[in-house]
Ligand binder design. Structure first.
Ligand code: GDL
Length: 695
C-alpha cells in the first residue's frame, strides 16, 4: 500500500529507508497484544514502517530489565514479532536499563546481552537502548571507570550493538533527549558532543525536539542537533502523548513540524495517547505527513504559502483521518452488539412473527400509549470534528473550543446590568443563546458517541467525554444564571455542592493554591501590556470607587443583591463611610481606575450601624475590588500589602474582611494571599464568610 515518498522514502543521509511509525513509549498501562496487532495492520495500510516496543511500565522493559521472559511471555512476543513481519512493520525491541544498571560491571553488560539475545531468539532483528528519564548522576564505581555519563552509556551501547552484529536498525535514546535538557545549549552540550563523537555511526539517536513535548520543531533546530550528533536524529514525537495529565487527550492532527524536515531526519516515531483507540487521528495524520512533499512547509506554519496537493495541510489531514475514523466507530466490535446502531432491541412479544428464532433479529414495536423506542441519531463527521476540537493538541485548543472559551469570557465580562432591554442586553442574549447552542452540540455529540456500535473506541474515550460534558454543563448553567434565565447554578454556588461541582480532586486543589494557577491556560487573554500604578485615594475618587463597586455587584443580579444581607464593607465601598486616613489606595491602568483597597482601622462604629459585632482581635476592616480587565493578580496583591502595612502603622493588631460565599473571585483572592484565614464570627449572615489576619 505504501507510496514512494511514504514508508519507502529514502533518507538523504544514506541508503536506509525513512523510519516512520509509532513508539509505544508512554507511562501507564501498556497496549494489549491484540491492539498492537491491530496497529500493525493499520500501519501497513497507511504506509508506516516501524513500531518501537518501549512501554515504560512493562516490568521487563525497564524495572526488571535483567529478567528473561517466561515461556508464555516468549510465545506472545514471538507471535507479535511475526505479526509485525507479516504486515511489513519493523519491530524494534527497546530496553531501558538506566534505572539501576552499573555500567562498569561486566556482569551487568552480560545480563543486558543475555536479555537481548533472548529477544533475538524470538525473531527480532532491530533493537534500541533507552536512557531517558533516569538520574544523571553516576554511582561511585562508574565514576571511577568512565570520564562522563555519556561515555558510560555510549560504551555499553556500542558493545551491545556489536554483540548483536550491528543490526540494520539500532536506536539510542540519550538522557538529554531534547534541547531543554542540554546544558548550556545543544551546540555546547558536552553530553551530546560525546554521543556524537563516540557512538558508532550505524546507531541512530532519538530526539524529542526543543522540549519533551515540543510545540514546534524547526528545520534549524534539527540542523543544529544533527551537527552535534553527527547524524540525523529519529524524532520521538510526544505531540500526542497524554501520560502526564489524566484529563487530557489529543485528537488533533500532526502539526507544526514543517515537511521540509523529512529529508533532514532519519525518521519520526510518534509516542501517542495511552489509550489505544483514540490514536487513530494521531497515527493517520502522521502517515499523511510522511507522504507529503518534503520540500513544502506545513502550510499552516508558513503564511502566504499556496496549498498544493503534495503539501501537508493539518486541517485536510484531520478531515481525511476523521472520515476514516467514522467508519471504525460504526463497525460493531462485539458479538451481540446492535446491528442497527440507533435502535435498542427489546424482547419479542408472543404475537410477533412466529418463525423467527433469533431474538436479536426481532424489533420490538411499542403499542399505542407505550414508551416509544429510544433512538439516537448516528454519529457524524461533524461530531468527530467537534470531539477533536475539544481534545486538540497540547499547545492549542481546536477552533470550536477556542470560540466557546472566548464567548464564555465575553459573557462573563459583559453581563447585563439591569433588566431594561437595550442593544447591549440584546447582544448579550443573542451571544448567550449561541453559547448555549454550542454547549448543546457537545451534549448531542456525547449522546451519539455513547450510542456508537464500536464500544471499544467509546470506552477509551468515555472518561474524557464525560468530563467535558460536565464541564460544559456547568458553564452553560452559569451563563443561564448570569442572564437571569436560570436558577443560580447550584453546583457552582451552593455551600454543599455535589462532588461534580468541585472538580479536579486533591491535585486540582494544589493547583488552585499555586500563584501561577491559570497562567498557562491555552486560551490566552490579549497579551498583558498594561502598566499599573497604585496611589493614595482622595475624596474625588469616591464616584469612581462607587462605580467599580456597583459594576462588581451587578453580576449578582440586582434582585439577588437586594435580598442579601448587607456587609459592613458595603458602606465603605459605597462611600457612606469614609476610609480611615492613609488607609485607602486606588489602582489605575492606562484606561483609568480599575481597583481599590479601603480600610477602617476601627470597624466597630460601621458594624454597629448594621447590628454587627467586631472582635477585639481583629478590629480593622478591609474592602478590596478589582475589575475583571485586570487579569494579573499581582497589582491587587501589592495594593493590599501596602494597605495592611498602613493599618499596622495605625496601631491595629488585626484585620478582617467579609466575603460572600458566592463571590468565588474574592474568596480565591484572599485565600491565595495566604495570611487571611476564615474566622468564626458571631452574628454573621449565613452566606458571608469572615477572613482575618493578625498584623
Ligand atoms: C518523556 C518520556 C516518555 C513519556 C513522555 C511524555 C521520552 C523520550 N521519554 O519524557 O516515556 O511518555 O515524556 O510524558 O519522551
Amino acid at each position: 500500500m505504501s507510496k514512494p515518498g511514504g514508508a519507502e522514502r529514502q533518507s538523504r543521509t544514506g541508503t536506509k529507508r525513512f523510519i516512520s511509525g509509532v513508539v509505544e513509549g508512554f507511562y501507564g498501562r501498556p497496549w494489549t497484544m491484540e491492539q498492537r496487532t491491530e496497529l500493525f495492520q493499520r500501519q501497513q495500510k497507511w504506509g508506516l514502517n516501524t513500531y518501537l516496543y518501549a512501554p515504560k511500565d512493562d516490568y521487563k522493559h525497564r524495572m526488571y530489565w535483567r529478567d528473561l521472559y517466561s515461556a508464555e511471555e516468549a510465545e506472545q512476543l514471538m507471535a507479535l514479532i511475526s505479526a509485525a513481519k507479516q504486515h511489513d512493520v519493523d519491530f524494534i525491541y527497546a530496553i531501558s536499563p538506566g534505572l539501576d544498571i552499573t555500567f562498569s560491571n561486566p556482569k551487568e553488560v552480560a545480563a543486558l546481552k543475555r536479555k537481548l539475545d533472548q529477544v533475538r531468539g524470538f525473531g527480532c532483528r532491530s533493537f534500541s537502548l533507552l536512557f531517558d528519564d533516569i538520574e544523571a548522576e553516576m554511582c561511585p564505581a562508574d565514576r571511577q571507570a568512565f570520564s562522563s555519563f555519556a561515555h558510560a552509556q555510549v560504551a555499553i551501547t556500542n558493545q551491545v550493538y556489536q554483540h548483536l552484529e550491528e543490526p540494520e536498525t539500532f536506536l539510542f535514546c540519550p538522557t538529554d533527549y531534547c534541547a531543554a535538557f542540554c546544558t548550556p545549549s545543544v551546540s555546547r552540550s558536552s553530553y551530546l558532543q560525546t554521543v556524537g563523537e563516540t557512538l558508532l555511526p550505524g546507531i541512530d539517536v532519538l530526539w524529542t525536539g526543543p522540549k519533551v513535548v515540543s510545540h514546534k520543531i524547526s528545520v534549524e533546530s534539527i540542523e543544529e542537533v544533527s551537527s552535534v550528533l553527527k547524524r540525523a536524529p529519529v524524532i520521538w514525537d510526544n505531540i500526542h502523548a497524554n501520560d502526564y495529565d489524566p484529563q487530557r487527550l489529543f485528537l488533533g492532527p500532526y502539526k507544526d513540524r514543517p515537511t521540509e524536515l523529512i529529508p533532514k531526519l532519519r525518521g519520526v516515531l510518534t509516542n501517542p495517547n495511552c489509550e489505544f483507540h483514540p490514536n487513530f487521528v494521531a497515527i493517520h495524520t502522521l502517515a499523511t505527513w510522511c507522504k507529503a512533499d518534503g520540500g513544502q512547509r506545513d502550510v499552516e506554519m508558513a503564511a502566504g504559502v499556496e496549498e498544493q496537493d503534495a503539501s501537508y495541510s493539518p486541517q485536510r489531514a484531520l478531515t481525511l483521518a476523521l472520515t476514516d475514523w467514522l467508519q471504525e466507530f460504526m463497525s460493531t466490535d462485539q458479538p451481540g452488539g446492535p446491528r442497527r446502531p440507533a435502535t435498542r432491541l427489546k424482547k419479542a412479544s408472543s404475537d410477533e412473527e412466529p418463525m423467527q428464532t433469533d431474538v436479536s433479529e426481532i424489533s420490538y414495536v411499542p403499542g399505542p400509549g407505550e414508551n416509544p423506542l429510544y433512538t439516537a441519531e448516528p454519529l457524524t463527521t461533524d461530531d468527530l470534528k467537534l470531539l477533536s476540537d475539544l481534545f486538540y493538541l497540547p499547545y492549542e485548543h481546536g477552533a470550536t473550543a477556542r470560540t466557546m472559551l472566548q464567548e464564555l469570557d465575553w459573557l462573563r465580562n459583559h453581563r447585563p446590568a439591569g433588566t431594561a432591554e437595550t442593544d447591549k442586553t440584546a447582544e448579550w442574549r443573542s451571544r448567550a443563546q449561541r453559547f448555549d447552542d454550542m454547549c448543546d452540540a457537545v451534549v448531542q455529540m456525547f449522546n451519539r458517541l455513547s450510542n456508537a456500535p464500536n464500544r471499544s473506541i467509546l470506552y477509551d474515550l468515555y472518561n474524557y467525554i464525560c468530563d467535558i460534558k460536565s464541564g460544559v454543563g456547568l458553564a452553560r448553567a452559569h451563563v443561564k444564571t448570569l442572564g437571569g434565565s436560570g436558577p443560580p447554578s447550584t453546583q457552582l454556588l451552593e455551600d454543599d455542592p455535589e462532588p461534580w461541582g468541585f472538580r479536579g480532586g486533591l491535585s486540582g486543589e494544589f493547583q488552585r493554591m499555586l500563584p501561577g494557577h491559570g497562567n498557562r491556560d491555552l486560551f490566552r487573554r490579549p497579551a498583558m501590556t498594561s502598566v499599573y500604578s497604585i496611589r493614595p485615594y482622595c475624596p474625588e475618587d469616591t464616584m469612581e470607587v462607587q462605580r467599580i463597586f456597583r459594576e462588581m455587584q451587578s453580576g449578582e443580579g440586582e434582585a439577588a443583591l437586594m435580598a442579601q444581607p448587607p456587609l459592613i464593607s458595603d458602606s465603605l465601598s459605597a462611600g457612606d463611610v469614609p476610609p480611615s486616613p492613609r488607609c485607602a489606595l486606588v489602582l489605575e491602568d492606562e484606561v483609568g481606575m480599575c481597583g481599590y483597597a479601603l480600610a477602617l482601622t476601627n470597624a466597630k462604629p460601621a458594624a454597629a450601624k448594621i447590628q454587627r459585632a467586631v472582635s477585639e482581635e481583629f478590629p480593622s476592616l478591609v474592602a478590596v475590588q478589582v475589575l475583571p480587565r485586570v487579569t494579573d493578580a499581582s497589582p491587587a496583591k501589592r495594593m493590599i500589602g501596602q494597605l495592611l502595612s498602613s493599618i499596622r502603622s495605625s496601631g491595629s493588631r488585626g484585620v478582617f474582611c467579609e466575603v460572600r460565599q458566592s463571590d468565588r473571585k474574592m474568596l480565591d483572592f484572599y485565600s491565595k494571599l495566604g495570611s487571611f484565614k476564615p474566622v468564626r464570627t458571631v452574628g454573621l449572615p449565613q452566606d458571608v464568610l469572615a477572613m482575618a489576619t493578625s498584623l
